[in-house]
Design a protein around this ligand. Structure first.
Ligand SMILES: [Zn+2]
Ligand SMILES: [Zn+2]
Length: 200
C-alpha cells in the first residue's frame, strides 16, 4: 500500500548498484505540472495550486536504493486534513536518483510518478499509474540502459550466497536482495560477495 506519503518511493526497481553523483541540473518541474493540469480534474489534485512555491527537487544521495522519492514535511493525518480543507500540502521534496541522468525516458517516468504524488495522488492506484503512463510511459527494457543495468546487477547479485566483510572478515548468509550497506559486526561498508563456506 502506498498510503503513507512520507515513505513513498518508486518501488518498481531497487537500485543495488553504486551510483555516482551528478553535476547535471535537476529537471524543471513546471512544464510537467502544466501538462498534469491539462489532463486531470482539479478535484483530483488538491495540492497542485501553489505547489511551485513549496516543491523542491533534488538528486538523491548516490547510495539511495530508490529511483525516486516524494517526501511531504507534514504527517499523513495533517495532509489528509489539508486535503479536505483544500489547503496546500506545505513543503514537499522530490528526490531523483542520479543514475537517471543516463536515461531520459526513465527519468521522465520517475519524475512524473513523483510529481503526481506531490499534486495529491498519494496512493499507488490505477489512476496514478494510468496518468504516469499517459504523460511519461516507462521505457521498455530494450530501450532503457538503466533498467538493463539494474536488471543485470540484480541477477548477478542473486547468485551470491552471502557476504564477507573486507575489514573484519565476518561472513554471513544472504537475507536481502541488495547488498547490505554495512557489516553487522564492525559496521564498516566494505561488504563483498562471498559464496561460502559459512561456519558457526
Ligand atoms: Zn510512488
Ligand atoms: Zn566487519
Amino acid at each position: 500500500m502506498g498510503g503513507e506519503p512520507g515513505k513513498d518511493h518508486v518501488p518498481i526497481h531497487p537500485v543495488p548498484v553504486e551510483v555516482s553523483a551528478t553535476d547535471d541540473q535537476v529537471p524543471d518541474f513546471q512544464p510537467w505540472l502544466d501538462r498534469i493540469k491539462e489532463v486531470v480534474d482539479p478535484s483530483e489534485t488538491p495540492f497542485l495550486t501553489g505547489l511551485s512555491r513549496w516543491l523542491e527537487v533534488k538528486w538523491s544521495n548516490s547510495k539511495s536504493e530508490f529511483l525516486g522519492v516524494t517526501r511531504f514535511e507534514l504527517n499523513p493525518n495533517e495532509l489528509m486534513r489539508r486535503r479536505r480543507m483544500g489547503a496546500p500540502s506545505g513543503p514537499v521534496i522530490i528526490e531523483l536518483n542520479p543514475i537517471l541522468v543516463e536515461d531520459q525516458a526513465l527519468l521522465n517516468h520517475t519524475f512524473v510518478h513523483e510529481l503526481l504524488h506531490a499534486v495529491g495522488f498519494t496512493e499507488h492506484d490505477v489512476r496514478h499509474s494510468e496518468l504516469t503512463e499517459r504523460l511519461a510511459p516507462a521505457p521498455s527494457l530494450s530501450n532503457s540502459p538503466v533498467l538493463q543495468r539494474l536488471r543485470s546487477a540484480v541477477i548477478v547479485g542473486q547468485e551470491v550466497q552471502g557476504w564477507i566483510c573486507g575489514n573484519c572478515g565476518t561472513k554471513w548468509k544472504r537475507s536481502t536482495v541488495s547488498r547490505p550497506k554495512r557489516c553487522p559486526n564492525c559496521a564498516r561498508s566494505d561488504v563483498n560477495p562471498y559464496d561460502g563456506p559459512f561456519k558457526g
